[in-house]
Design a protein around this ligand. Structure first.
Ligand code: XUL
Ligand code: CO
Length: 438
């Protein structure tokens, strides 16, 4: 493989907590065993094509700022192949075992669908070679069904049936390549599957179309023999006012209503949870309780800007709370920790890409270690268990088993006269126990 885009950076090494080298891991030690598994296998870190390779630091107020030598060129297939090489050079130097793509990040849009497919085939063949050369694997693929103007009213939920067909064709193709490249899963993020105003929207009809679309995808997955899970990625808004897959609970409701739950898990993203007014741990609990915790898009928002800033996740409370839930629900199988994150516009130098990923990986490694230590300590889980002890026997157990009626409850309450023995929720105590491990 040509190694020319990051000549100043070698393979990133683990140097330990004392290291002051910005281009070294201080906490992410891939071989270290935590709760019986290597950190590498716990985290299954992935680098994204879109922000890392395609992002240029531009925002709606200003042009791109980022130094990205593989971005200079005409935007043709030749350049896309050079970009693929840059992607694999970066990911292998970083030591992340996985990557993720949208079809149109990988290869340019053509003038027709056939031309777009041809472009994608050419570059995806190069991806296959690069995967074999480096051992880097595809965590998931997805179709970019929101950038092209044809998707202005949505893709599967467009008011126009022709647009639905283009979206279906794109997912079909993206699924084929995800399968061919040994992808672990496949993601649906509904970029414009929602509405800007209800004045022009038949919401029920759009939801029905989305349900139909997902069933077609499931049928095609079976036909292909693709065994990985489908993931839905919730987000409440942006660019639309309301996105149908607005949060974990809304996605689960949709999946149950359209009899799709057995085929799907969720890919939860921190900044999306925040935009929904939820914490990441809330979303993880909702998904975990339904047996649908699939994967995570690791990033965070800005505490003062109300939009999807996709910052690298460096907040240790966030990573600890996240890893507590991931461990609680048995860890990742097909999913992983995917850095759907971008460096700030001001962090425009090439080495910032490494520094940012290292910061995120180290923050997640600390989160994992803290979560494992908190679980070993056991005070928090013991507290929670003890808090519910009136359900373990007597009337509580009778209610849980379904054997009790309202009349039984009334009899019990009348006998007691009043409730006694309520105890403190001890939020501050629990927070301080967590702090012992941060
Ligand atoms: C957008 C977002 C997407 C998905 C993949 O907010 O998170 O990049 O992760 O389409
Ligand atoms: Co995402």
């Amino acid at each position: 493989m040509s190694k020319k885009y990051f000549p100043k950076v070698g393979n990133i090494q683990f140097e330990g907590a004392q290291s002051r080298n910005p281009l070294a891991f201080k906490h992410y030690n891939p071989a270290e065993i935590v709760e019986g598994k290597t950190m590498k296998d716990h985290m299954r870190f992935a680098v994204v094509y879109w922000h890392t390779m395609r992002g240029n630091g531009g925002d709606m107020f200003g042009w791109g700022t980022a130094e990205r030598p593989w971005q200079t060129g005409e935007g043709n297939v030749k350049q896309a192949i050079a970009r693929a090489q840059a992607m694999f050079e970066f990911t292998s130097k970083l030591g992340a075992p996985f990557y993720c793509w949208h079809d149109r990040d990988v290869a340019p849009h053509g003038k027709t669908l056939a031309e777009s497919n041809k472009n994608f085939d050419t570059v995806a063949k190069e991806l296959k070679k690069l995967q074999a050369d480096t051992g880097i694997r595809l965590l998931w693929g997805t179709a970019q069904n929101f950038v092209h103007p044809r998707y202005l009213h949505g893709a599967a939920t467009s008011c126009n049936a022709d647009v639905f067909c283009f979206a279906a064709a794109q997912v079909k193709k993206a699924l084929e390549w995800t399968h061919e490249l040994g992808g672990s899963g496949y993601v649906f993020w509904g970029g414009r599957e929602g509405y800007s105003t209800l004045m022009n929207t038949d919401m029920k009809r759009e939801m029905d179309h989305l349900g139909r679309f997902m069933h077609m995808a499931v049928d095609y997955k079976k036909k292909l023999g693709f065994k990985g899970p489908f993931f839905i990625e919730p987000k409440p808004k942006e660019p639309t006012r309301h996105q149908y897959d607005s949060d974990a609970a809304a996605c689960l409701n949709f999946l149950r209503e359209y009899h799709l739950l057995e085929h799907f898990q969720l890919n939860l993203e921190v900044n999306h949870a925040w935009l929904a007014g939820k914490t990441m741990e809330h979303e993880l609990e909702v998904a975990g309780a339904a047996g649908a915790l699939g994967s995570i898009d690791a990033n965070m928002g800005d505490y003062f800007l109300g939009w999807d800033t996709d910052q690298f996740p460096t907040d240790l409370y966030l990573t600890t709370q996240t890893m507590l839930r991931v461990l609680k629900y048995g860890g990742f199988t097909a999913g992983g920790v995917n850095f759907d994150a971008k460096v700030r516009r001001e962090s425009f130098q090439l080495d910032d890409l490494f520094i940012a990923h290292i910061a995120g990986m180290d923050a997640f490694a600390r989160g994992l270690k803290a979560a494992a230590a908190i679980r070993k300590d056991g005070r928090i889980s013991e507290f929670v268990k003890n808090r519910y002890r009136t359900w373990d026997s007597g009337i509580g157990a009778k209610i849980e088993s379904g054997a009790a009626t309202f009349a039984d409850c009334e009899k019990h309450a009348l006998k007691l006269g009043e409730v006694s023995g309520l105890e403190s929720g001890r939020q501050e105590l629990l927070e301080s126990i967590l702090n012992e491990y941060i």
